[in-house]
Design a protein around this ligand. Structure first.
Ligand code: C5P
Length: 243
């Protein structure tokens, strides 16, 4: 039972007040949503898997000096995180054409992009998270130009790390979404990685079979979402009991 004060509830996670000032508890739900919440199902055990996969990745990123909000995993579904001021931008990094890029530009799914591309989406459910440019972000004050530089360099470092991590276990990192926040600590402010990195916000394709091992299994009604997430965890060497 969780008796902590709820700070925020999103589609896949809940944030509770943390045990110490400046901390929060991030709880991973089993809810799977797509199409801005239009499609919704409970997938038993997804939260447990995402908690473990995100813990694994954020621990490695912290170890590489890429700053994240992750402190430690507390239990099957919760992790202790540093409280940040979330920047209202979703940062998408793409290596291979898929998803909305394919629809927008008429590319063929699976086309290798000439170089990694960073896109920004304004976090606003009512507007359906529209694609925005750096100009919008700085003009409307969602992030300053130096903050945006930090965000982009963070995104590139995360992409380099994740591409290698997944390639090592036979998985192609097609694209992913991250979120960043401002951490105020010791009279300083810096941009760090927040939210989660899991098959909910990455496209992951098996190198040999081209099978999708991510949330597209749910979005496209392919079935086998939980098995795919388990496969990702298992290949990364993470042992997870979901039941
Ligand atoms: O749908 P689209 O092709 O723009 O998604 C790009 C990447 O960002 C995908 O890996 C998707 O899982 C992720 N994403 C996300 N949350 C959103 C939109 C996209 O995690 N709201």
């Amino acid at each position: 039972m969780n008796r902590r004060r709820k700070i925020y509830e999103g589609k896949a996670k809940v944030l509770y007040e943390g045990p110490e000032p400046g901390t929060l508890v991030q709880y991973f739900k089993d809810d799977a949503t797509a199409g801005n919440g239009k499609k919704h199902e409970i997938v038993d055990g997804k939260g447990v898997l995402n908690n473990r996969i995100s813990e694994f990745i954020f621990t490695k990123l912290n170890g590489l000096g890429i700053p994240t909000h992750f402190v430690r995993r507390m239990n099957m579904r919760e992790q202790l995180i540093k409280e940040v001021e979330i920047i209202p931008i979703e940062i998408v990094v793409r290596n291979v054409a898929a998803g909305s890029l394919v629809k927008r530009l008429g590319l063929e799914q699976g086309t290798q992009l000439p170089r990694s591309i960073i896109e920004f989406y304004y976090k606003d459910d009512a507007l359906g998270d529209p694609l925005v440019s750096e100009e919008h972000i700085t003009a409307f004050g969602w992030a300053t130009p130096p903050e945006l530089d930090d965000i982009m360099s963070l995104a590139i470092r995360v992409n380099d790390f994740l591409t290698g991590l997944f390639m090592g276990v036979g998985i192609q990192l097609v694209d992913f979404k991250i979120e960043c926040g401002r951490l105020y600590e010791n009279d300083m402010m810096r941009i760090i990685l927040a939210d989660e990195i899991s098959p909910d916000n990455c496209r992951l394709w098996d190198v040999k079979t081209r099978n999708k091992l991510d949330k597209d299994r749910f979005r496209e009604d392919l079935g086998g979402m939980l098995d795919a997430y388990r496969e990702v965890a298992q290949r990364l060497g993470i042992l997870v009991e979901t039941d």
